[in-house]
Ligand binder design. Structure first.
Ligand code: C2E
Ligand code: CA
Ligand code: CA
Ligand code: CA
Length: 275
């Protein structure tokens, strides 16, 4: 039993090692990618559930490494948040997304994800103002997606920064809604323009009565609080139809369109009669 324990310990030890090595590799290579400007953005459409017209696109950062291949933001964004590299990444995504979106039809908004870490310090408001000014994008076409992790620490300047951003005239969406600790209490403390229902509630919408009830409750809640509501991760026609029936405003997911490089997204706009 003792030997067993030792082996197990060694096993965990070396897999921790491997994880730590991968992490520091990512950190080093990400610094290079940022310096060389090789990060990219994909755009994923959101459509109006009733009219099916494209109303918005979400900017999603992409990193394709010359030897490691595509590295998912699910892996490198949390590392970048820890190291502070998210500052440079976030600024690149916001500026580039505004520049790209200004060429699209005026009814199409651009949604950009923000990390909590970007709210530390006074830099965010000037960054947003400068991205808008330099691109010429009208402020009402910009939407910023934040998650609950941001709001867990409302003590700091976060509430003031959110309010200042709103006063500029852009829209603030609460992302991954329903997955956090106390989503509801945040809705009392701050007015969001939009809720995005997390895709974990969508995947079993057709088979799980409880998921259906939760999604329906979120949609009704959003309406009562005068927020718009979007659902992400829609992959089937049945999910789309169910969400439309429940009164969900906007739909995003592989069924409607995958995240695409900017030129493919612009083709997509033309093919779908939006440009
Ligand atoms: P998110 O903000 O919840 O973005 C939605 C994720 O779901 C994206 O993953 C998207 O590609 C994926 N997705 C969209 N439709 C479907 C679908 O129908 N089925 C499935 N299975 N997945 C779908 P992605 O691009 O890998 O991004 C993962 C997360 O990384 C994002 O989750 C977001 O939290 C973060 N992220 C991505 N880009 C940025 C960025 O520029 N800044 C920051 N701060 N975070 C980002
Ligand atoms: Ca998002
Ligand atoms: Ca999500
Ligand atoms: Ca998210």
């Amino acid at each position: 039993a003792k030997a067993d324990g030792r082996n197990r310990y060694r096993f965990f030890d070396s897999s921790l090692d491997a994880a730590a090595r991968r992490r520091s590799l990512i950190e080093r290579e990400l610094a290079l990618a940022i310096a060389e400007g090789t990060l990219d953005i994909n755009y994923q459409p959101l459509v109006d559930a009733q009219s099916r017209h494209i109303v918005c696109a979400e900017a999603l950062v992409r990193w394709s490494h010359p030897t490691l291949g595509a590295i998912s933001p699910g892996e490198f964004i949390p590392i970048a948040e820890e190291t502070g590299q998210i500052g440079a990444i976030g600024s690149f995504v916001l500026r580039q997304a505004c520049k790209d979106a200004v060429n699209w039809p005026a009814h199409i908004r651009i949604a950009v994800n923000l990390s909590s870490r970007q709210f530390l310090g006074p830099g965010l408001l000037p960054l947003v103002e400068s991205a808008l000014r330099q691109s010429g994008l009208p402020v009402n076409r910009l939407e910023l997606e934040v998650t609950e992790s941001l709001l867990m620490d409302m003590s700091s300047g976060v509430e003031g920064t959110l309010a200042a951003l709103s006063r500029l005239g852009l829209r603030i969406a609460l992302d991954d809604f329903g997955t956090g600790f106390s989503s509801l209490s945040y809705l009392r403390r701050y007015h969001f323009d939009k809720l995005k229902i997390d895709q974990s509630f969508i995947s079993d919408l057709e088979t799980n009565q409880d998921s259906r009830a939760i999604v329906e409750a979120i949609i009704n809640l959003a309406r009562d609080l005068r927020m718009s509501v979007a659902a992400e991760g829609i992959e089937t026609r049945a999910q789309f139809d169910m969400l439309r029936q429940l009164g969900c405003g906007e739909i995003q997911g592989y069924l409607v369109g995958r995240p695409m490089p900017v030129d493919r997204f612009e083709d997509y706009l033309r093919e779908n009669g939006s440009a």
